[in-house]
Design a binder for this molecule. Sequence first.
Ligand SMILES: Cc1cc2nc3c(=O)[nH]c(=O)nc-3n(C[C@H](O)[C@H](O)[C@H](O)COP(=O)(O)OP(=O)(O)OC[C@H]3O[C@@H](n4cnc5c(N)ncnc54)[C@H](O)[C@@H]3O)c2cc1C
Length: 423
Amino acid sequence: METAQTPSAPEIVVIGAGGAGIAAAHRLQAFGFSVLVVEASDRIGGRAFTESETFGFPFDHGCAWLQGPGNLPYISAARSAGFTLIDHDDPPGALFSGGTRATPDDVARYDQAASRLRQLLASHADDVAASSLVNSGDRWLAAAATWLSAMDHGVDLTELSSADVAVYGAYAVNALVREGLGSLVEQFATGLPVQTGTVVTGIDWSGTGATVRTQKGDIRSQAVIVTVSTGVMSARSIRFTPDLPADVWQAFDDLPMGLLTKIALQTDGARFGLPENAFVTRAVDEPLPAKAAFFLSFPAGYDLCVGFVGGSRAWEIEKAGEDAAIAFATEQLASILGSDIRRHIRKGRMTNWGSNPWTRGAYAAARPGRHKARAVLSNPLGDRVFFAGEALGGAYPALLSGAHISGDAAARRVANILAAKTS
Ligand SMILES: Cc1cc2nc3c(=O)[nH]c(=O)nc-3n(C[C@H](O)[C@H](O)[C@H](O)COP(=O)(O)OP(=O)(O)OC[C@H]3O[C@@H](n4cnc5c(N)ncnc54)[C@H](O)[C@@H]3O)c2cc1C
């Protein structure tokens, strides 16, 4: 991928080349600042990552749905670069109950349960654990709660903040990307000055400006935008001098990483009576957190059933390893569609965001009662250290769009502050 020449004495350093860092760099460049993005891993995109080696067609390990407001530059970037957006606002569903297709009455029950659940959490005035509001004895409500809690937020109901659910904005765009959303993010970063393979170990923000310490040497700058995940921050992977105030560390610790693990099963062309791009869901009869994996069938027409497991179950599965995960996902799919599907599975792949040292989970989820931690991190430190990333995504937390919005907002604030200093 083509990156611009990297400046040796940038005015602003952006840490992390994911959605937030890319947005910040674009905005700063547009304002005429010299900027350098430093990235620990050997690729651009962070949690946006499309890979085609495993299956011979694109598979998004991280974000796959482009979701958010209508003014996201990714929409026009996709069009001008020839990417295919597959509208998924009203997705097909395939609902199952004990190995057979659910009846129309059950489908109606499930749909009602899903909208009731969202309304219940979104309308609750206090920030409490979702489990205190939801009686999940109903098998359709439990299925809806598994999508919403374990998969959308990456945590069990007991760890889900009702305020985190309430905050979500409407989607003007909700689309899968045939070529992979990770590829689109990488394409969008073309021409930005990104230095990959550069691990930031510290930030010295004493005195004026800031020195970013990396394994390849120090970089002096006027301001820094830190976009690493809350998981990376909470692991204290970056040492701050002087140390961050206690309330800032507390805010990171109050936004621990949830986990969504994908287990993708490649099939031999058989379609099992399922449509493309359909959410495959089953009634949940076991106590929550459910052991269930749900699926997306044949995204963009590829021969793939993508299993999703979230929350505590995802941490367990990831720890058990890829072979166990593939066996589990195959068993789950067979329990829905019948044992015959086993002979149609060719290959599997499990994602591993939980053990990835540069993410340490999938996305941040506020601890119940601690949703306000997100606002704490929106404040800059000493007018020269700024935080951005999906955890600060406003009405679109946990999403690529939220990461983009927060990176763009941080860049605008940096620009205003530096402009005020020089005027
Ligand atoms: C399985 C999964 C599915 C998802 N599905 C969707 C979806 O469908 N739609 C959607 O909108 N969102 C989805 N998301 C969320 C979305 O991917 C993220 O919200 C978004 O990509 C985060 O961007 P970011 O810039 O905040 O963080 P990141 O992408 O994590 O970027 C931060 C960067 O910092 C780098 N870094 C970390 N530590 C250091 C260090 N010490 N020095 C230098 N660099 C460092 C990392 O390598 C990384 O590249 C999903 C995420 C996962 C994991």
